[in-house]
Design a protein around this ligand. Structure first.
Ligand SMILES: Nc1nc2c(ncn2[C@@H]2O[C@H](COP(=O)(O)OP(=O)(O)OP(=O)(O)O)[C@@H](O)[C@H]2O)c(=O)[nH]1
Ligand SMILES: [Mg+2]
Length: 328
């Protein structure tokens, strides 16, 4: 993994692919007008669907690096994140969005839904993701949001869950009858099945244009954000049903030294009893969260990480305008 400080933000490590593209450079004599002005395509692709269908898993596999957090719990993704994939003369900018849902409505959900709706404008294609064999009112509500003139591609994910091919065919046919999709694809993002075909199908929707990101860049988010998200993922995975939704993670320090990155983070909870739940008996839970987060950070940043995690109570913060504003 390449690390680089490319602006004044001390927390900026560029997350990039290890592989350097092996492009043969033509000798000066063989350069013609065509090779001097390579035609490039660049476009935005929103990934939308009800919670838990595998949108973030799909984006991670499309770009070839885990940058967006995933879990079995709905609305794990709360902040929009772009994942960038550059393949020869095509740059795809994927916009991973929170799962859209109207089942539980509170201030946070309302903001998350708004952020999904706003991501549908000004994109070149939309991946409407559903889970193989399950289409419910939640999916129908997302389909209702699609702008009539959008290039919507139906992506049936988790195809590994349905063994009977006839059943799968019936399901796909049923969903295709609900909207005029430009393409239909079956994938199993978690098992990296069908994601390459998906990329090639997207080509025709990518308009001509210069790349918006350097070829090796994989996301629009900086390292502080990614570190925060990694901790949030572990909290989603190891805490109860409700708690992950009413806490926040702050990065107090992100200090990059040549052979180690020193990170200090605070988990902010709303109530005193929640602090105990995060820490766990004899500190077991917090230890597990921190050590798994550290391993993931080391993999993502390509360096050793020293991670310290604190827990702080800030009563009433979950209702604070400042807390909610960050989800817009
Ligand atoms: N069996 C199977 N499980 C998958 C597949 N893709 C994703 N999953 C699992 O589905 C769960 C949800 O995945 P996410 O990627 O977090 O789903 P999401 O749509 O981003 O969810 P939200 O951000 O909460 O809306 C995780 O447990 C994934 O491991 C797949 O192809 N097959
Ligand atoms: Mg997600």
């Amino acid at each position: 993994m390449e690390t680089q400080n490319n602006n004044n933000n001390t927390h900026d490590i560029m997350i990039s692919n290890d592989a350097t593209p092996s492009v043969e450079t033509p000798s000066v004599e063989t350069l013609d007008n065509e090779s001097l002005s390579t035609v490039t395509h660049c476009g935005f692709v929103a990934i939308v669907g009800r919670p838990n269908v595998g949108k973030s898993t799909l984006m991670n596999h499309l770009i070839g690096q885990k940058i967006s957090i995933t879990s079995r719990k709905p609305q794990t993704t709360q902040y929009k994140i772009n994942g960038v994939c550059t393949e020869s003369e095509y740059q795809y900018i994927f916009v991973d969005t929170p799962g859209f849902q109207k089942r539980y409505i509170n201030k946070l959900n309302t903001l998350l839904n708004k952020s999904v709706i706003s991501s549908l404008t000004n994109v070149d294609a939309v991946l409407f993701v559903v889970e193989a064999g399950f289409f419910n009112t939640g999916d129908a509500q997302v389909l209702d949001l699609m702008p009539k003139d959008a290039n919507v591609i139906l992506v049936v994910n988790k195809q590994d869950k349905i063994k009977d091919k006839m059943e799968l065919d019936r399901f796909v046919k049923e969903i295709k009858g609900k909207f005029t999709f430009k393409e239909t694809l079956l994938v199993a993002a978690k098992h990296h099945l069908g994601t390459d075909v998906l990329l090639s199908k997207l080509r025709s929707f990518m308009p001509l244009g210069e790349f918006l990101y350097p070829e090796e860049q994989l996301t629009d988010r900086n390292s502080t954000f990614l570190a925060k998200e990694i901790i949030r993922e572990k909290l989603f995975r190891y805490l109860g049903e409700e708690l992950p939704y009413s806490l926040a993670v702050d990065i107090n320090e992100f200090k990059e030294e040549p052979s180690i990155i020193r990170i200090s983070a605070t988990i902010i909870v709303d109530k005193e009893n929640q602090k105990g739940m995060v820490i766990g008996k004899s500190g077991e839970k917090l230890k597990k969260v921190s050590s798994e987060a550290r391993v993931d950070m080391e993999e993502l940043f390509g360096n050793k990480v020293f991670l310290q995690v604190w827990v702080k109570v800030k009563t009433g913060f979950a209702e604070e305008a400042k807390f909610l504003k960050q989800f817009e």
